[in-house]
Ligand binder design. Structure first.
Ligand SMILES: NC(=O)c1ccc[n+]([C@@H]2O[C@H](COP(=O)([O-])OP(=O)(O)OC[C@H]3O[C@@H](n4cnc5c(N)ncnc54)[C@H](O)[C@@H]3O)[C@@H](O)[C@H]2O)c1
Length: 288
């Protein structure tokens, strides 16, 4: 697998920038593709700012940070960038049609042996793969936010994903010094969203039943289970609208165990979406 040196990352947002930074720090050459030059200027600025923080905290030398930044190129031309890539990672907006059209474009432009990895948080990998002529070489590679700090990539197999494709994705994550978990079946929520949503919904029910305050539920998880953040704080951070959307989707697939409690639904209906609006299960101060 040492043949992978050039990676094309399509989508230069929060996740695309972070993933590109990690790949470049690991010594791979990266081209980030986005739809506009403005978006790409933000991508480069985000990577430079993050690398600066790594230098300031002593985790990276200035020389290594400069070398990593120099290994990241940007382009609005997907076809040209993909033509020379040894590996492709799709990290565009979470919109099924956009993702399928980007994967189809990558399929048309990349060498036939190149693996196409999607950073989707929820869509079926098999459904994404069916937009290409190489479904055996499509895989989910779900990074966590922020990629430069989070030590996990969740790999997700579609129905046709081959063992060789999984090996390639494991190699890329390993090269980036990331731990991996493998979701062996293409299922909604994979491993991680299924677990965190189940915990989050149960935490909400405990609050709704008047058993404990939101603060105590979060404190219990932080102190008893060593979680970095309580489940309600996590849901506030992710956005309660997103949480409700994911829960409703999972309920459709898995049944009533993913039924969203009324306290979540009512917060969303009232426009209280968590940290981004200043109020969720906790108050988050003034919204800037
Ligand atoms: N943000 C998170 O916490 C998080 C965590 C894990 C996974 N994800 C997933 O990662 C993906 C990206 O999320 P994000 O938070 O980085 O989104 P974002 O909105 O920050 O970035 C998306 C980027 O895609 C670009 N884009 C849109 N259409 C495009 C196209 N046709 N071609 C090229 N670029 C295009 C946009 O211009 C934008 O820069 C989504 O699938 C999301 O579900 C996000």
């Amino acid at each position: 697998m040492s043949t992978i040196q050039r990676v094309v990352v399509v989508g230069g947002g929060i996740m695309g920038s972070g993933i590109a930074q990690v790949l470049a720090t690991a010594g791979l050459d990266v081209t980030v593709v986005d739809v506009s030059e403005d978006a790409l200027s933000r991508t480069t600025a985000r990577i430079a700012k993050s690398l600066k923080r790594f230098v300031a905290s002593g985790k990276l030398t200035q020389e290594d940070a400069d070398a990593a930044l120099a290994r990241v190129g940007t382009s609005t031309d997907l076809t040209a960038s993909a033509a020379t890539a040894d590996h492709a990672i799709e990290t565009v907006v979470e919109d099924l049609d956009v993702k399928r059209s980007v994967l189809a474009a990558l399929d048309a432009a990349c060498r036939p042996d190149v693996v196409l990895a999607s950073n989707t948080s929820q869509f079926s990998i098999s459904l994404l793969a069916s937009a290409t002529g190489r479904p055996d070489r499509v895989i989910g590679s779900h990074w966590f936010n922020p990629p430069p700090l989070m030590d996990l990539v969740e790999l997700v197999r579609g129905v046709q994903t081959s063992d060789a494709t999984l090996e390639t994705a494991l190699w890329v994550a390993g090269r980036c010094n990331r731990r991996t978990v493998v979701c062996q079946k293409d299922t909604p929520g994979f491993i991680t969203s299924r677990l965190i949503v189940a915990l989050g919904l149960e935490a909400m029910r405990i609050v709704e039943e008047g058993i404990a305050t939101a603060e105590d539920v979060d404190l219990a998880c932080v102190k008893a289970f060593n979680h970095a953040m309580g489940p309600l704080a996590t849901m506030d951070f992710s956005g309660l609208d997103t949480t409700l959307h994911v829960a409703d989707n999972m309920r459709e697939q898995y049944g009533e165990r993913f039924l969203a409690p009324q306290n979540l639904r009512v917060l969303v209906q009232g426009g209280h979406l968590g940290r981004k609006t200043g109020r969720g299960f906790a108050e988050h101060g003034a919204v800037s």
